[in-house]
Design a protein around this ligand. Structure first.
Ligand code: SF4
Ligand code: SF4
Ligand code: SF4
Length: 272
């Protein structure tokens, strides 16, 4: 929510156009090197080892969170994100995101499933970079969005069950809100499979009001993280707080308004 991190001034100061042009022109390589590379059987196995695994993990985290001036764009150094609920995505798109705002094809779904779906909302300098790369631009949709259209699109994605996430590219410059799925999203996959902090959980967790919940289970299938479980003896659904990413997507399925988002910090010890 820091306006400076979205600003054209910061983009200029950090020479973002050059970094992102190099990164996006080689995006297939970024994906193959970073996501497929880390999740390959060889590296994936080594990451589980006690000593070698710790060294590899330290290096991967350093790359993901790098603030160095000589960041490697083709490894996407300094590129990480955080899950956000719809309310926060609307504030960002309505007030903070730099213009122009565009919606382009999701690279993760394309690389993982061969499906081209327009659901990545990018803004500021990055929009100009992507617009010059036709393979990312949807053929049949309008891809330049005004703020109201961008809010409408993120709402549609969220209701469908996609998880909103905001991204540094690279830290501390913010220029994207994605609508992700698990495990298609490369960032979520690195986090879920290997415990790397490529995506942080939201500042919230879900809380279910047991007096309102009717145990219909509609919310369970909406959760991308298996954080909701039906308890037969209670005839209610409960949240596993350790698994909850705080995306808020489950709320769209509840006709009884039983699910609220509460600040994660109220539960000491829960990981971000
Ligand atoms: S981060 Fe999410 S929306 Fe963005 S490219 Fe990956 S899966 Fe697609
Ligand atoms: S339980 Fe948590 S992670 Fe699952 S959909 Fe609800 S808010 Fe998202
Ligand atoms: S959708 Fe609502 S009422 Fe149904 S099980 Fe989930 S929380 Fe309970």
């Amino acid at each position: 929510m820091n306006a400076k991190n979205y600003s054209n001034e910061l983009a200029k100061e950090m020479n973002i156009a050059e970094y992102e042009t190099e990164q996006w022109r080689a995006f297939e390589q970024v994906y193959i090197r970073k996501i497929m590379g880390i999740s390959s059987i060889d590296v994936g196995y080594k990451l589980q080892l006690p000593i070698i695994g710790r060294v590899l993990r330290w290096n991967a985290e350093k790359m993901i969170h790098s603030e160095s001036k000589n960041r490697n764009a083709v490894r996407a150094d300094g590129h990480f994100g955080q899950v956000i609920p719809l309310e926060d995505a609307k504030i960002i798109l309505g007030n903070l995101a730099a213009e122009p705002i565009i919606e382009n094809y999701c690279m993760c779904r394309w690389m993982q499933r061969g499906v081209k779906e327009a659901c990545c909302i990018n803004f500021g300098v990055l929009s100009g970079v992507i617009e010059k790369l036709p393979r990312f631009i949807p053929k049949n949709n309008v891809y330049r969005l005004d703020r109201d259209e961008a809010i409408k699109r993120i709402e549609q994605h969220n209701r469908k069950g996609y998880v909103a996430s905001v991204w540094f590219q690279p830290v501390p410059y913010i220029n994207a809100i994605c609508s992700c799925e698990n495990p298609e999203c490369g960032g979520l996959r690195l986090r879920q499979d290997f415990g790397l902090n490529s995506v942080y959980k939201a500042e919230y967790v879900a809380a279910i009001d047991p007096d309102k919940c009717q145990g219909c289970k509609s919310c369970v299938s909406m959760c991308q993280f298996s954080a909701l479980r039906y308890i037969p003896s209670q005839e209610r659904v409960m949240v596993d707080l350790r698994k909850c990413f705080g995306c808020g997507v489950c709320r769209h399925a509840c006709k009884n308004d039983s699910i609220q988002m509460v600040p994660r910090e109220q539960f000491p010890g829960l990981q971000y």
